[in-house]
Design a protein around this ligand. Structure first.
Ligand code: FES
Ligand SMILES: [Fe+2]
Length: 347
């Protein structure tokens, strides 16, 4: 069965997607975020409660993300209607007399929202996935372990589809070219010992030795040294890289490209380092990684079309691949299976 981008959107609506770094949403803050073509208003009220709702006001469609907090409620900037954290309309200032029916009709369209791993997550459709269960976030114990140092990266917008970012993150054959000035010219594009495993949940992982990089960059000391690299991906778009260095230190990175539209995404990411990590401090690692990610952004935005075709085809996936593309191809195949399963189909 050929898949369409509508299938992709309807399936991803049932998954948790990051919409902000939690630190960028302190109590009293209102932000706008577009998730899967849906413009949202996201609020953290002064008492800490969260709200995610369609950003268009039920009255005349004004953008509630341009509103403010008043009386403990979200107030529309146009006619001052007020909404509480569960989306209930609490006040319509222009009413001549109380009208509970009018208030009841003016409920916001709200979505489930949670804070975890330093991100604010929103799910647009809380119905179960094909396995009969609502989507849950993968467990990454290091992110909850107080002994580890956990630092958030600044979210980065890509003018490219989310699958371009996933594929880029899985790809180790571009380092010597796209990252020549940051990671090093001497990165070997031939990945000789890559072990790929598919998990029962449809996710997959790649385990490979990573040779030391020879570069003049100042960060080369630790992060460029030889290590084992375990990439674990949970469908549809949650990927961690665990690096185990020869001295036993570990680093776990996560990337989640949250789809804004069919051709753009925001990459949410973080870095966690093991206790007593011997190397650059976490904030310096983030600074360096921002530069690397910006090089990746440029590569994703150079590709045409802006999103990887969802069905196999030249320039998309499944053809003209090299051994180094095996992991990206595994992603495409597993994603396709997962999407088909959401439609009640198999290959
Ligand atoms: S448009 Fe929001 S109160 Fe009128
Ligand atoms: Fe890269």
């Amino acid at each position: 069965m050929p898949l369409t981008e509508d299938h992709v959107v309807s399936s991803l609506r049932r998954t948790w997607q990051p919409a902000a770094n939690a630190a960028d949403l302190p109590p009293g803050r209102i932000i706008a975020y577009t998730l899967l073509e849906t413009p949202l208003v996201i609020v953290r009220f002064a008492d800490g409660r969260l709200l995610a709702a369609d950003s268009a006001c039920p009255h005349k469609g004004a953008d509630l993300a341009q509103g403010c907090l008043r009386n403990g409620h979200l107030m529309c900037p146009y006619h001052g209607w007020e909404f509480s954290n569960d989306g209930t309309c609490q006040s319509i200032p222009s009413l001549l007399e109380p009208n509970p029916e009018k208030l009841a009709l003016s409920h916001l369209h709200t979505y489930v929202i949670q804070e975890r791993y330093g991100f604010i997550w929103v799910k647009l459709d809380n119905r179960p996935l094909a396995d009969g269960r609502p989507h849950e976030l993968p467990a990454v114990p290091e992110f909850d372990d107080p002994r580890w140092t956990y630092v958030m990266g600044p979210p980065m917008k890509f003018a490219a589809g989310w699958r371009r970012e996933v594929e880029n993150y899985l790809d180790m054959t571009h380092f010597a070219f796209a990252h020549a000035s940051s990671l090093g010219l001497c990165a070997d594009p031939r990945i000789r010992d890559m072990k790929i495993t598919v998990h029962p949940d449809g996710g997959y992982q790649m385990d490979a030795p990573f040779p030391a990089l020879d570069t003049s960059h100042e960060m080369q000391g630790k992060l460029q040294s030889a290590h084992r690299r375990l990439q674990r991906s949970w469908l549809p778009n949650f990927t961690t890289i665990r690096q185990t260095f020869t001295d036993g230190d570990e680093r776990v990175l996560v990337h989640i490209p949250s789809p804004n539209t069919r051709e753009s995404c925001t990459c949410f990411w973080s870095v966690s380092i093991s206790p007593g990590f011997k190397g650059p401090p976490a904030d310096k690692q983030i600074e360096f990684a921002v530069g690397v990610l910006d090089e990746d952004r440029r590569m994703c935005e150079l590709q045409s079309p802006r999103e990887i075709p969802i069905n196999p085809g030249r320039g998309g996936w499944g053809v003209l691949v090299t051994p180094g593309d095996t992991l990206a191809n595994t992603f495409q195949k597993q994603l396709r299976r997962w999407l088909l399963a959401q439609q009640g189909e198999t290959e």
